[in-house]
Design a protein around this ligand. Structure first.
Ligand code: CP3
Length: 345
């Protein structure tokens, strides 16, 4: 089938160029809220779904067809590149990543190997090559950032307080730095491979780094983030998005990194970020829980966010965090239409 004209609205917004309307995509736009996803998921484990290129292509494309969003995001997980470097991880539905061999000592860090994308994640490369041939919207590649990845591999699974992670960071600074370097190098190689295969933008998820205050972020995290982002900037030319939850107090730190786009959760409004002096493209930030509210409330809040976003070029509509399984497909179809129609020039 011939490819439809390529819709580059999302990429233009990343580069702060004027757009005909505000582009939109949703974090976790491929997932359990879709009956089609649930059906495929019955047959495969999460990792099987993302490691069989044909299935990965189908699941990645589904929200583009179903919702009319302006970007696709590769179906994988932030844990995907950790398996080949020696982390024994499984994804439990409703729980998240669970790790059988948590990293607790300097020796555990030493044992982690380095990622060879062509050998270790060939399915990611193949899926991206297939997807970019078919899609009529940009494909976003992604990776987890070192702190967020470390939080899973040190805790052994999801956590509320990140005590073990922060305990490791404060008590074993040398091993911590070695771990950040290993995860940072892995992230660089993994994202470079995705971009080389055709990903037209990348998002770095530092979901849980908001657990640190700004001074600790500056001391323990900013150096490795700087290395990752500046290396990508030197070796590739795609827009880089950085996103975290509850990171309003770190926005100045995020802004100092050479990223192009900052993703906001629902706690920090677009207006607040602009008033703080953030001039980069912003992405976000409807509270995903609001999608369970009556439509009138969703519409009112979405319009309020769009009004703030449209004040200057460089804005992408999204949620403040990933979609929940309880959301109706129809609600998202309606929301996508609203974003497009309300902002059409
Ligand atoms: O957004 C997309 O559609 C692309 C795919 C994607 C997934 N995970 C698929 C997934 C992306 C970008 C992620 C990122 C991710 N994974 C993050 C960063 C973003 C965020 O949510 O903060 C984190 C922290 C993870 C770790 C992880 N993996 C969690 C917290 C969960 C959810 C647990 C659950 O069941 O609610 C997963 C599993 C996961 N990753 C699912 C999907 C579609 C659900 C798997 C299933 O079908 O059971």
């Amino acid at each position: 089938m011939p490819k439809r004209p390529f819709n580059d609205t999302f990429l233009k917004a990343c580069r702060q160029e004027p757009t005909e309307y505000i582009p939109v995509w949703y974090m976790r736009q491929a997932g359990r809220y879709q009956p089609e996803y649930r059906q495929i998921r019955q047959k495969y484990s999460f990792f099987e779904m993302s490691e069989i290129p044909e299935v990965c292509v189908e699941v990645t494309s589904l929200p583009v067809k179903q919702l009319g969003v302006d970007a696709a995001i590769l179906f994988a997980d932030i844990m995907t590149p950790l398996k080949p470097i020696g982390i024994n991880v499984e994804i439990r539905s409703g729980v998240g990543p669970v790790i059988a061999n948590p990293v607790r000592t300097a020796h555990d860090v030493e044992k982690l190997s380095s990622l060879q994308p062509e050998q270790d994640v060939p399915f990611v490369i193949e899926a991206i090559q297939k997807l970019t041939k078919q899609l009529s919207v940009p494909l976003i590649g992604f990776a987890g950032a070192p702190f967020t990845l470390a939080s899973y591999i040190i805790e052994g699974g999801p956590s509320k307080n990140y005590h073990k992670t922060k305990g490791f960071m404060y008590s074993q600074p040398q091993a911590w730095n070695a771990l950040m370097e290993k995860l940072g190098d892995m992230t660089i190689k993994y994202l470079q491979a995705q971009i080389q295969a055709g990903a037209q933008a990348v998002q770095i998820f530092d979901s849980w780094v908001g657990a640190l205050h700004a001074a600790d972020y500056h001391h323990y995290i900013a150096p490795i983030m700087w290395k990752i982002v500046s290396t990508l900037k030197e070796t590739t030319s795609v827009p880089i998005i950085l996103f975290g939850i509850g990171t309003g107090h770190l926005l100045k730190e995020f802004d100092q990194l050479p990223v192009d786009v900052i993703g906001l959760d629902w706690r920090t409004s677009i207006q607040t970020a602009r008033q703080m002096g953030i001039q980069k493209t912003l992405q976000g930030n409807l509270d995903p829980s609001l999608l369970l509210a009556p439509w009138e409330l969703i519409e009112k809040e979405a319009k309020a966010i769009l009004d703030q976003g449209m004040e200057q070029p460089g804005y992408i509509f999204n949620l403040g965090h990933g979609l929940y399984p309880e959301v109706q497909v129809e609600t998202l179809q309606r929301l996508t239409e609203l974003v497009h129609n309300y902002t059409q020039k």
